[in-house]
Design a protein around this ligand. Sequence first.
Ligand code: IMP
Length: 427
Amino acid sequence: MPTVAIIGGQWGDEGKGKIIDLLAENAQMVVRFSGGDNAGHTVINPLGEFRMHLIPSGIFYPGTVCIISNGVVINPAVLLSELDGLQKHGLDVSHLFVSDRAHLIMPYHTLLDGLEEQSRGQGAIGTTKKGIGPAYADKSARLGIRAGDLLDRDFFRQRLRSVLEYKNKILTKVYEAQPLSLDEVYEQYCQYGERLAPFIRETASMTHEALERGELVLLEGAQGTLLDLDFGTYPYVTSSSPLAGSACIGSGLGPTRIDSILGVFKAYNTRVGAGPMPTELTDETGDRIREHAHEYGTTTGRPRRCGWFDAVLARYSVRINGFTGIALTRLDILDILPRLNICTAYRIDGQTHSTPPSNSALLERSQPVYEEIPGWQSDTSHIRRFDDLPKKAQAYVRRIEELAGCPVAIISVGPAREQSIMVRPIL
Ligand code: IMP
């Protein structure tokens, strides 16, 4: 009954899609458990290059059941266009299921995300404007509309009427925007409901049954630990929990059912959107990494901020998630650099800190303490065994393990499935 959770260890975009695509080959089920279409996974496999926002990367294996579970917020238009794109490539999507408990992103959520960001002015979070924050806020405020509601039109209309009455007051009176029409939203979502009906069901019991059959289940995280609502760089965070702990609540599994928790880290750091990033490189090296690695957002196309590997945050992330192994991605990107730095501590107002402060203004003031590591300056993208990596690359990986306090299980040296080094078993 093994269950493996795959979790972002940094600010998202760590390459979780590639790792899940790799592991899904042996899995019978992949469950996406949090976030929404703010996430973007690029998967490159023999069928082509795919940018996925909601559908689990396991969809490419016909025998793998894929679930979008209760913890996800779903924009039905995005889900349907992703389904259309896959079907155009001749892929069978009948093994995808959507939880009836998953909340829906409604038109007022996307509108309000944009309006709220605008009203924050200089203090804008830099959200993806996909309506994620407003949708999770409504879930907590008990104003949400769930996928299962679309299957009962009378109930859906009744619910939409009362929520929309309130949302229209906010749109018109707070933001002086146009109100939304009940009939138009209702009709549009009924059409979505009709198309999505074959996929919607109670999914937690499907996962329990898979585990009872002894199948391998992957829990696919979205975003990363430092974007977590509680433990991230608040308020510059997303509105859900990308942590391993949330894999249970977001999928309906008890904490005792998770056997292995793989933390995915890039071999350097990136961040998209506003908020502190102590190891950010605003110089030529940062630009070189961005261009060489094509560090631009999958969802918004925004340039990602690039920086050195931050071991203070990595150790924090390992502890908060209880990682049992690390998947270190994009090691090959560092092939071009003559010298590397790893941040081992912060200096804040004259004091040395080995854990990050919770106050984002203090984190903004943190001066990274660096350990310099010589670069290996040779191509690693063709290497498939740890012992074949240049000695200096091995030393870099070993130092990350030591500082983070967790063994490296997988190293990725390129986007293709085969460009992977299996260092130790994940289970
Ligand atoms: P939101 O999730 O759209 O509300 O955005 C909140 C913050 O999280 C912003 O800084 C976004 O750039 C960031 N964010 C959300 N999803 C992702 C992701 O999948 N990768 C990287 N950053 C993300």
